[in-house]
Structure formats: structure tokens, C-alpha cells
Design a protein around this ligand. Sequence first.
Ligand code: S3P
Length: 424
Amino acid sequence: MKNFNIEPLNKTFSCEIDSIASDKSISHRCAMFSIFSKDTSIIRNFLMAEDTLNSLNIIKALGADVKIDGSYIEITPNDIKEPSHVLDCGNAGTGMRLFCGLLSSLDGSFILSGDKYLNDRPMNRVVKPLRSIGAIIDGRENGNKAPLYIRGKSLKSFEYTSPIASAQVKSTMILAALRADGICKYKENELTRDHTERMLKGMGAKIFTDKKGFINIEPLTGKLKALDITVPTDPSSAFFFAIAAAITPGATIILKNLTLNPTRIEAYKVLEKMGAKIQYIQKENIYEPIGDIIVSHSELKAIHIKDNISWLIDELPALSIAMSLAEGISKVSNAEELRVKESDRIESVLTNLELCGVSFKEFEDGYEITGGELKKAKINSKGDHRIAMSFAIAGLNCGMEIEDIDCIQTSFPNFFEIINKLRH
Ligand code: S3P
């Protein structure tokens, strides 16, 4: 367990960054969806971080040939093999939940497990709807906690309205639907990130949303087209550097080649409402709109975030750092999902902000932060990559000692290299 001491920046910066980690959500999906084709999928800029490499290893264990050359990957699927060992998802909730949907209809028995944090996260949100269409899944706490045991079998078609706004649940059910015995319908109460629908449609799957808001998924009748994709930069990873620019007087940063998918850049819109100057420059549209985002510092003011929570759920820890330095009292509501992320992020943001001298109020579904200044502290990441990186960015303002930074490897291995670029 490594610690890291981050010194205050004590200067401004103006730079262009083109080496931010590739998108985690899209990389997981590239690894998984490749098995729906008979041809070789080509993936450029695959995220070479622990979470997504675990998904790649699982695909290999299921029989696919995987060639890796830097971040260029070729995946050639073969007949599904029943693996002789436990499939390790590491820290990745997306990995474990989406694999539940994928494996439930495959021939064979599979065991999914992860690290101590993942094995403590709730899986009922996917296990229950999957069981209702015939999936055989068991695990600790009657299947709510991993290790999970899955025995693949044919699944029934379904019509399901999800009580949670979750792209993981939606994607899990879409993957199950692709191999169900009839047309399936899935509805969510608000649109969540839609990479699964975009990518599978791009591969030729028949998926459309009807007038009543149900996503209709036709089961596959044959194989899909292989993927040929360049994974864009992860806007959630880039957002740490958007915050760095927003809180540093005189700073400007150009963040290159991000997915500009509206379900992924809401946090930038919030930061803009807080006063930061932000420009969006779309350059292409392949599976997803892709382009650059330029962020410049301006005095920040408080904000109340209560809408489109699923569009910015991953960025709330970093936004909390901006709120701590903004003028006035900021509030986050309707964000109870933060409690079941890689850590209980309401608790881990607030206990660490308290150490930094920030005043706050805690609610079951969010918090209130009184803006002012941050003080250097020794904070604990709680094994959560986004907590470690958010407080590292805070450290650029006031200095910070961060306990347990190993978790950053799950999504953004070169994070500190980029921090160092801001110093030069
Ligand atoms: C993800 C969906 C979100 C997000 C996670 C990645 C995905 O989770 O927080 O980091 O790739 O589908 P939920 O679907 O649980 O909100």
C-alpha cells in the first residue's frame, strides 16, 4: 500500500494533454462485445489499466485469442471454453455486473470474484432481474455478494423497468437479451450512459427505443460485425485535470480526444455553471462524438446539483474539491448511488474533506459543502481510485498526503506523470 505526498503547484499552467487514460466503460465493452463476432476485432487505445485488463483476461479465459501490442489489441473469438479457474474482475463493478449478463446464457459454469471492495458491493441489482428470466446465479448473501457462481442456460425474453438509473444494469440486461428466446424490452427512468446501445448497434445488433421509452432488443440470429474502434479519452479521468485548471488562477488546459457523449460530460456543464470557462470542440463521430474540451480558470461559485445524477456520478468526488474552493454553500442531492461505488463516496469524500478543514452537512442522498479554503491533510483513499485522484488534485492547491494510492492503477496508471507535466 503506497502513500504519496503531493506538493502545492504554486504556479499557473497552460498546456495540452493528450495522454489521459482511455475510456474505461468503452474499453470493458470492447473486450466483452468482441465475442459476439466471428471475426477479429481491432481496438486501438484500449485502456491498459487493472480493471479493463481483467476483462480482457476473462475473455481470454473464455477461449478468445488476444494479441496485445502496446494499447493496440486484436481479439479473435473462438468457441466458448468453460474456464477451470475463478474469473477475476479485480475492482471493477462494470466488469462483474456486465459479465453476469454475458455469462448467464453461455454454455458452462463460471465463478466471478473480485477484490475485497468489489466482493462487498451489491449484485442483486443484476442478479434479481437475471434470475427472473431463468438465470442460475448464486453467491454469498443469497447471490447479492461475490464470489458469484453462474451456470449458463437459455434465458426467457422479458419486459423490465429498472428501479435504478444504472448503465451497468441496463447493459447487463441488454447482453442477456441478445441471447434470450424472444424480443426483450428494457426501460430506465432516466437515460444513463449509452455506450452499450451505440456499440452493439454499430456492430449490427437490432436495438431501438420505442415510443413508450422501452429499449427493444432483438435476440441475435447470427454473429455481429467485428469492432474496429479507437477508444476515446475517458472524460471522467480527464475531469480531474479540468478541476485542476478550474481551481488554479490563470490556468488553461486542453483535454484531447474525449468522448463528448452527452451522458458523459455533464460534470463539465456543472463546472461551467460554477463559473469555469469551457469550450467543446467536436472533431469526429465514430460510435460516439469525439473531440477536445478546453477548461480555463475563473472564480468559482456554489451550485446545487440534483438532476441528471447518473450523468455525473463518477465526477462528484472531483466536483466536491471545486465546491470546497467555491464561494457559497454547494449541495448534492438525489445521489444515494454514491454510497455503493468503489467506496461509500459520500462518507469517503466528507471524512477526508473534514481532515482538510472543510465544513459540511451529510445527508443520506448527498451533502452540503461550505466553500472557502482547503488545508493540507493526510487523507485515506479507502481503496477508491476516484477519491485518491480527487484529493491529489486538491493537493495542487494546498499540498496533500494520500494514503493508499495503489487503487489509481485500476483506471489511470499514468495519472502522476500528467500531474508532473503541470509543474513544468
Ligand atoms: C458504468 C456505469 C456507472 C459508472 C461506472 C461505469 C458503466 O455505474 O458509475 O463507473 O461502464 O456502465 P452505474 O451503472 O452503477 O451507475
